[in-house]
Design a protein around this ligand. Sequence first.
Ligand code: SF4
Length: 438
Amino acid sequence: MGVEETAENAEKPPEKKTKKRQILDDLIDAISFTRDIVKQVIPLSDLQILRSFLRWGTPSLIRNLDTRGGTRPVLGHHFVFPPEIFLGYDMSLLAMEVIPYFMSALISFGAEEQYDEMHAYGIPFHTCSAQKGHLGLSYEGRLDLDVVVAPSSPCDNGVGAYQYYSQMANIPLIVTDVPMYQNERAYQYFAKELDAMIRQVGEIIKQDYDFEKVKAAVQNTNESIMLIREINTLRKHVPNPIESMFNPLLIGSQFFMTGQPERPQFYQEVIDIGKRRIKHNDYPGKEDKIRSIWPYMPIFFDFGFCEWMDRQLGIEIILDIFGYYMFDPIEDQSYDGIMRGLSEWSINFPMMRQSVRLAEDYIDDYVRLAKEFKADCAIFTVHIGCKQLISLTQVLREALKDECGIPLLMLDIDVGDKRFVPTNVLKQKMIEFKKTLF
Ligand code: SF4
């Protein structure tokens, strides 16, 4: 009897461990599979930046998500927190809003099942798919977290969604108070909030905070910021040597490669590819492309869409809302200096920066970026869930027309749910829009 029980137990790990690992393992499998497919099927000269991302990003992502058989704590965090701050603990980190979009990019049906489950549960269809996706995973028991951290901003969707964890899922939830302003007083205030947050996390997971690891991660990000600036200089070049697909990959690298040695390696390789293309006058897709900036998110559910834009349509994505860091490297490496710096990064992180403050800051940013990046047009993926940014589209359209003389196309879609508007309809809209330019 004893022998039989032992054999059976050896094949069946405890339920909690299996649950905790499931979505993390699915993500690891999805990126490993994509890397193998690209390696084996796509010619070496094609999709160079995707190839580079998969080469450097896959080990980083696996290292981050590995729960070591369910023994490593898993922290779910809102995407506006800089992941560096959590690296003082040994945890798997999940940027909650990124998971459903990551799924929609790499898995056939993305997080559609989770969206449907949440609608059936009572969450309105007109809420953000970034939030509905992680809620659905938790609801169906595939996201077994040890602790969740959230800010009190930037949007109603996030504030509403995170209450689920403490009220329904019975997971400790820590909420930080976000100031409305972006000034020194606000950065100091929020630094104290971040400090209190990480202390509470430590108490929950029963670990000591290793500040040296955070410091190393911040230095890694400082280096990455300088490299992103160099990439942005290349993207100002006409023609742009960096393909549109770099935009969603940059988002992936921000969340899954932070503090990892592979992150600067990836950016350096992008720079090398870009410089080589300029030198040899060898650009991806059509050479004379129309330059578009996307003041909101790119499309996640179909990566091929970026390639179609570059190669077939001849409109390229120069940058999107996540493509331009509105902050500087952190110079003061003391504990207080780093907390203050991380606070500034968080308050100015894309979407936090644009959604908490007054509308003119958002408008100013994109008028400036449209000029700086020599944009011919802007394309806004209007997402029904994001009320605060949608409310600005018409004002932004008028500002871009008046200040830069460029049109703004509003694409009414959900970037994480392909059922909202099928890709062929989307492509037709883009073709029609192109006819209206010049
Ligand atoms: S700011 Fe908009 S897109 Fe971002 S999480 Fe909130 S509702 Fe979703």
